[in-house]
Design a protein around this ligand. Sequence first.
Ligand SMILES: Cc1cc2nc3c(=O)[nH]c(=O)nc-3n(C[C@H](O)[C@H](O)[C@H](O)COP(=O)(O)OP(=O)(O)OC[C@H]3O[C@@H](n4cnc5c(N)ncnc54)[C@H](O)[C@@H]3O)c2cc1C
Ligand code: SF4
Length: 331
Amino acid sequence: MKNFSYSRAGTAPEAISLISTRSQAKYLGGGTNLIDLMRENIEQPDTLVDVTRLGPTGIEETEGGGVRIGAEVRNTAVANDRLIRQRYPLLSQAILFGASGQIRNMATVGGNLMQRTRCYYFYDQASRCNKRDPGSGCDAIEGFNRIHAILGTSQDCIATHPSDMCVALAALDATIHVDGPDGPRGIPFDDFHKLPGDTPHIETTLRPSELITAVELAPLPFASRSMYRKVRDRASYAFALVSVAAALEITDGRILNARLALGGVATKPWRAFEAERILAGAEASEESFVRAAEAELAGAQGYRDNRFKIELAKRTIASALIELARREAKQ
Ligand SMILES: Cc1cc2nc3c(=O)[nH]c(=O)nc-3n(C[C@H](O)[C@H](O)[C@H](O)COP(=O)(O)OP(=O)(O)OC[C@H]3O[C@@H](n4cnc5c(N)ncnc54)[C@H](O)[C@@H]3O)c2cc1C
Ligand code: SF4
């Protein structure tokens, strides 16, 4: 592991200034992903700027009735927060379905948003990987690709985005607040993570030295009855093969609004816009849910070992929506 220096920033401007003046510096959240990558020499920063103590921003209600979550808040605190559990249960559930209790106690919101793929070849220095070593090739495309993506892939990278939390944030259309040398700005969630295209090493639209300061959730009353469903190889401590974050607003048997996002199947947290479009105004029936799932997966491309994900994703979407509709009917 390469030697590095460690600084702890007390404020956001201090953190940004520390990062801006060093060419290979990185922000440090809980370290549960970055330190692993440094041990494998995949990330080699010369300076770490700890951003877990930038001030007590916490989780608070906004004036408009939404919720603002500080980037340094630990995943466990978000999942257990009363406002989050009541208003956005899909977010609480998504976090609790991820990693382990110990990791969630350390992991921060900012770090979770920026965590990197679990593609085996990305971690293996002996393999070709365009994300780790741009232009070198991609050993996953012809290799063992059971955990890889079927949506949003390119000929240069088919790695999935690993986060559960981000799938819920995609469904909620969160805003990512950042600050940096050019001042603060807000990034709509769907614009934050990038598709791999021919630059899979560029994963987000964060500019150099920019710091994530908070995530804001707009008010969404029907999200109070939302859910997160995760299908994985083991019942705990495993990344998603397919996951679904879903919320439905139903009146008199018709869907007024739908929010749907997928994890485990795409190169970025995948907002299911096509399925949402089909669901809006449709009858809240199994037939509509299956039709929406079919439409969303129509463009999916399977590879040697992961074709099963196409059918699995359709069934997981349909079963999650059926369950939500049943709950609504009981209200
Ligand atoms: C064994 C294991 C199992 C796991 N299982 C799951 C799972 O099932 N589901 C799941 O979703 N996740 C899972 N994870 C991943 C875990 O959620 C992430 O490691 C964690 O969220 C990263 O957060 P962190 O604060 O530790 O980030 P760090 O490791 O500290 O940082 C990660 C990246 O974020 C950047 N960063 C941190 N804070 C900021 C900021 N404020 N602004 C800008 N950049 C920032 C860092 O520079 C770094 O590049 C697992 C991890 C492990 C080790
Ligand atoms: S899928 Fe992406 S991360 Fe995995 S080897 Fe290919 S380029 Fe690298």
